[in-house]
Design a protein. Structure first.
Lengths: 305, 448
């Protein structure tokens, strides 16, 4: 039982991270219908900016941890958002309205570029970071040998994710910006006829997705303590799987999918084998898609002729 | 930021040099953006040391990035302004196209001739033939994937999985059962096709991008299984000592006790180049067979059904084409060619490991198909040459190779979104080629 709860806690923390990345995929897919392959690299850049940020805080002499954390969070979101904006502007906007595969190839190219750019500028070695948020609760149950550990960091991750999700849901459902985004998602031409600056809305979507990915990058840097230039690919793929699992285009779906993927991975590596954990996540995806081709919370797509 | 330069295309040339300040402003914005992008990654550098990580600063690089992008953007804008003034009128489309098609056919035959004669030209050496062989593997993979992506319009991001299945099935069959290459080749193709069917069966009901992610996941699953199933696949160490090819039973060796070797049989002096040459012609024949197959099958009902499915699935369904079966056959056919290429790869390398079958390979093959122009056979040769052939010559710049590769993918897409040679025209049409969407002739499955 204790072991189960431990895996549950680990799975939820991991799932929160996947969910944050998945939102970027699902929003971009919803609005322009393309897989933003470079999104995983955006998350990787977020992780690197956070790592640099933490070291920079050390140089500046800011040692009060909540303040440092907050500043690094802002910094990571800002710089990563600039990357998200620039990628859309350079590689995707000129291809809007072109052949469907063109932006996808451009995105794959962009992702290769970013990966190698970071490898060249920061080196290929794995970058370690000393744990910054330490400690946690020890919950002991009937079994005295095994204590369930709930670290402060895991609490921070889950709380931060919930907070961001609430802000985000508010923005999408209640503000003029969110309304414009939903309108653009439904019908780009009509939205532009009604005076919505579609280009700007799409840019904003990329910026928002990138900012959330940066938070995920920050969390991963803190959670695992090691990052390298290659983390974006696997995480991006898992997050996209999460988005598809939840129903692509749906925000709660992305979060749900992220949680599910995180839980599946945690339980699979806890109870079966760690080597095959990626296989587990994808097999679940295939199973879900067979029975619900639009994902768990997705709306069925009506194709007009 | 987003507001100031969300419309950075410089204004078109008007009367005076009034556009100069706006160009400068635009270039400045681009430069500032570059500096902001460069600041975290170029401006700071993480340094590993015994005490852990520390930071190093190189802010001059940020300045360089600013200057380079400012100058580059300004130059491009100026060139574009000058160019806009004298744009050529559009040529008549129809004549150009038929002319282009004839030219392409001629180019195709010339390429085949060049490929056949390449080893006998004075520039040919071992190294060049080796590189040409590698290039031809990618051409063949591109042609194989073209059946799936170009003809049937199914986005497959895990094509390399079938390539891996082919390679491992040859390696395992020849190591465990001692089967020869010629026996393994069809078997490897059949295995890969079976895998394609197995994967395709549940997922081909999905549309477009769902299919893409499932195939991507499948590619990863195959790789993970190859990595972890140590007993059979050798795990990360891979399989080595794979049987090298023989010329219909005549091995390419200096001497084998109790067996006639290739050079003895033909009374030639022994040379290791024989094997290289043989491999080159083997892959050339395999690739050309793939090409011939594709060209011919486009004229068969099944090939036409693939193209029709790509154009409009709903219309196909209403005309009585079973989309799942049709897609499945395209998927299995593409997988089969990957299986052939895979077993050739295994016999050429003599060693295979999961390293050779990463997502990057799938991405490269897909990029070759899309950059070549979906459905265009010659375009695939051109883009394979651009993406695989050219970088091979720059192996010395190893570090920057992949950066340039990714950059080239983006730039070519921006420059020609439809690919280098686009030929999305269906192979057959009823009646005359319509210039614009005009009323369809009666009897055709008209879509209002």
């Amino acid at each position: 039982m204790e072991y189960f709860i431990q895996q549950l806690i680990n799975g939820i923390s991991l799932g929160a991270i996947y969910g944050l990345i998945a939102i970027g995929y699902t929003m971009v897919y919803g609005i322009i219908g393309m897989i933003n392959f470079a999104h995983g690299e955006i998350y990787m850049i977020g992780a690197f900016v956070s790592l640099i940020g933490f070291l920079f805080m050390g140089v500046l002499g800011i040692s009060y941890i909540p303040l440092a954390l907050f500043l690094v969070l802002l910094m990571a979101m800002l710089f990563t958002a600039i990357y998200g904006w620039a990628i859309e502007r350079i590689a995707y906007r000129p291809l809007r309205g072109s052949v469907k595969l063109a932006p996808l190839i451009s995105a794959i190219g962009m992702s290769i570029v970013l990966q190698n750019y970071v490898q060249l500028t920061q080196g290929a070695r794995v970058k370690p970071l000393q744990p910054i948020i330490q400690g946690g609760f020890e919950l002991s149950g009937a079994n005295a040998d095994f204590h369930v550990r709930l670290s402060y960091l895991q609490i921070v991750i889950v709380l931060l994710t919930i907070a961001l999700m609430s802000i985000f849901t508010y923005v999408i459902t209640r503000t003029p910006l969110g309304r414009a985004q939903r309108a653009t998602e439904q019908d780009m031409t009509m939205a532009s006829l009604l005076g919505i600056n579609v280009d700007r809305i799409i840019s904003t979507t990329f910026v928002m997705g990138a900012a959330l990915a940066a938070v995920a990058g920050l969390m991963v840097t803190l959670y695992y303590g090691v990052i390298d230039f290659y983390i974006g690919f696997i995480a991006g793929m898992k997050a996209f799987t999460a988005a598809v699992l939840g129903g692509i285009g749906s925000l709660p779906g992305a979060m749900l999918g992220g949680l599910l993927i995180g839980l599946i991975e945690a339980f699979w590596s806890g109870y079966f084998s760690i080597g095959y954990k990626d296989v587990a996540a994808f097999s679940i995806l295939v199973l879900v898609l067979i029975f619900r081709p639009t994902g768990l919370l997705g709306k069925p797509e009506v194709e007009k002729v | 930021m987003a507001t100031t330069s969300s419309a950075p295309l410089p204004p078109k040339r008007n009367d005076g040099p009034a556009w100069m300040p706006s160009l400068l402003k635009d270039a400045f914005a681009a430069g500032v953006l570059a500096a902001l992008l460069a600041l975290p990654m170029l401006g700071f550098r993480l340094v590993d040391s015994a005490q852990g990580l520390s930071l190093d600063y190189r802010f001059s690089w940020v300045g360089i990035a600013f200057a380079a992008v400012f100058a580059g953007r300004l130059a491009i804008s100026l060139a574009r302004n000058a160019w806009d003034g004298r744009r050529r009128p559009m040529r008549e489309r129809g004549t150009e196209e038929s002319h282009g098609l004839r030219l392409r056919k001629l180019a195709g035959w010339l390429m085949v001739a060049a490929a056949l004669l390449l080893p006998w030209t004075p520039i040919a050496d071992r190294n060049l033939i080796d590189k040409a062989t590698l290039l031809l593997i990618y051409v063949m993979l591109g042609w194989g994937l073209n059946v799936v992506v170009g003809l049937a319009g199914l986005l497959d991001l895990g094509y390399v999985a079938f390539y891996a299945v082919g390679a491992y099935s040859y390696a395992l069959l020849s190591q465990n059962f001692g089967l020869s290459f010629w026996l393994c080749l069809p078997l490897a193709g059949a295995f890969a096709a079976t895998f394609g069917m197995l994967l395709g069966f549940p997922v081909l009901r999905l549309r477009g991008d769902y299919l893409a992610i499932v195939t991507l996941g499948f590619g990863e699953i195959v790789r993970v299984v190859l990595l972890n199933w140590q007993v059979v696949t050798g795990g990360p160490n891979g399989l080595s000592g794979i049987q090298r090819p023989s010329f219909f039973g005549l091995p390419f060796l200096a001497a084998v006790p109790g067996k006639t070797t290739f050079h003895e049989f033909f009374g030639l002096p022994f040379s290791p180049d024989h094997r290289i040459l043989f491999l080159y012609y083997l892959i050339l024949i395999l690739a050309l067979a793939t090409n011939l197959f594709t060209l011919r099958i486009r004229r068969l009902p099944i090939g036409r059904a693939w193209e029709a499915l790509r154009e409009d699935e709903t219309a196909c369904r209403s005309l009585g084409i079973n989309p799942t079966k049709t897609k499945l056959s395209a998927f299995a056919t593409g997988a089969m060619f990957a299986g052939f290429a895979g077993s050739f790869f295994a016999t050429r390398q003599g060693f295979i490991s999961p390293e050779s079958f990463t997502f990057l390979e799938s991405a490269i093959i897909l990029a070759i198909v899309v950059l070549g122009g979906l459905g265009s056979q010659i375009g695939i040769v051109l883009s394979a040459f651009l993406l695989v052939g050219l970088p091979e010559w720059f192996r010395e710049l190893q570090q920057y190779r992949m950066l340039a590769f990714g950059g080239a993918m983006v730039l070519i897409m921006l420059w020609r979104p439809r690919g280098l040679l686009s030929s999305r025209e269906p192979t057959v049409r009823l009646g005359k080629t319509p210039k614009a969407p005009e009323p369809m002739p009666a009897g055709e499955g008209a879509t209002p």
